[in-house]
Design a protein around this ligand. Structure first.
Ligand code: MF3
Ligand code: CO
Ligand code: CO
Length: 248
C-alpha cells in the first residue's frame, strides 16, 4: 500500500528532509585523508542530536551505526569504524533522520583529494542517474520510467547498476511501498500520484553489478572489488514534477 501524504505531512517531511540534508552536507565537508569513518559517524550523531532529531538507522533491524559510511568498493551500509579515509578514496555518506514522526533519507558520494579520472566519472554519472530518475517523477506517469531512466544513464556511462538494493517509498517508515529498482522496462509499476514520497537512490559499480555482504552482517561490497558510488534524495511527487525534500 502506497501512502499518499497530506499537505501538512509533506511540510513535516520537508523539515525532516532539511535536517537530513544539513547533516549530509556538514559531514561531507569533514571527509579528508586521515579521518576514520567512526569519526564521521560520531560527528553525524552530534549534529543529528543538535537538530533535535534521531537517527533513523540506529537499531533498524539491529544496525549499529548512526549513519552509513561506505568507502570505495563498499556499496552501501558501511558501519562507521576504524577504517581511515585516504587520498583518492570515494566515500558514500547515507543519512536518515526521524523528526516529528517523519523520515528524511539522503546520500552523497564525496571524492577525497586527487581521484582517478575513471572514479570521477563514476561519481558524476551516478549523480546524473539520480537527476535523470527524478526528471521522470511526474504525477500520472509510471514509476518504472524513473527506474528505466536511471539504468539508461548508467549504461551510457559504461557502468553497472546494483540490483540487490533499491529505492523505496519513505514517510513515517524508512522503507514503505513501493520499491524503486534502478533498472527495468519503462511504463510499468504503479501510477505516480501527487503526495507520494520516494527515496530515489542509484548505486553504480565501475565493474560488475554483483555485491556480497561482509561478515559484519551489513557492509555490502562489490564482488569484484571495483568501486561503487551512491546518491539519494527523498522527494515528493507533484502535479508537474517532483520536489526534492532533502535539499539544503
Ligand atoms: N538509508 C538506507 C536506504 O537508503 C537504509 C539504511 S539501512 C540501515 O535505504 F540499517 F543501515 F539503517
Ligand atoms: Co539512505
Ligand atoms: Co533509502
Amino acid at each position: 500500500m502506497i501512502v499518499i501524504k497530506t499537505p501538512r505531512q509533506l511540510e513535516q517531511m520537508r523539515v525532516s528532509g532539511g535536517i537530513a540534508a544539513r547533516v549530509r552536507e556538514a559531514v561531507a565537508a569533514c571527509v579528508r585523508p586521515g579521518v576514520t569513518t567512526a569519526e564521521l559517524g560520531d560527528y553525524a550523531a552530534e549534529l543529528i542530536g543538535k537538530e533535535g532529531a534521531r537517527s533513523a538507522f540506529l537499531g533498524y533491524h539491529g544496525y549499529p551505526g548512526q549513519i552509513c559510511v561506505s568507502v570505495n568498493e563498499e556499496v552501501v551500509h558501511g558501519i562507521p569504524g576504524k577504517r581511515r579515509i585516504e587520498m583518492g578514496d570515494i566515500v558514500s555518506l547515507d543519512v536518515g533522520v526521524l523528526y516529528d514522526g517523519f523520515i528524511g533519507d539522503t546520500a552523497t558520494t564525496v571524492m577525497v583529494g586527487v581521484v582517478e579520472p575513471e572514479t570521477i566519472r563514476l561519481v558524476q554519472v551516478t549523480e546524473a542517474c539520480l537527476a535523470a530518475g527524478l526528471a521522470k517523477l511526474v504525477s500520472g506517469r509510471r514509476l518504472s520510467d524513473c527506474s528505466h531512466a536511471i539504468e539508461q544513464e548508467a549504461r551510457a556511462g559504461g557502468f553497472t547498476v546494483v540490483r540487490k538494493f533499491v529505492g523505496h517509498g519513505v514517510g513515517r517508515q524508512m522503507h514503505e511501498d513501493p520499491q524503486v529498482p534502478n533498472f527495468g522496462r519503462p511504463g510499468r509499476g504503479p501510477k505516480l500520484r501527487a503526495g507520494m514520497t520516494l527515496a530515489i537512490e542509484p548505486m553504480l559499480n565501475a565493474g560488475r553489478h554483483d555485491v556480497r555482504v561482509l561478515n559484519d552482517g551489513w557492509t555490502a561490497v562489490t564482488r569484484d572489488g571495483s568501486r561503487s558510488a551512491h546518491f539519494e534524495h527523498t522527494v515528493a511527487v507533484t502535479d508537474d514534477g517532483c520536489e526534492i525534500l532533502t535539499k539544503v
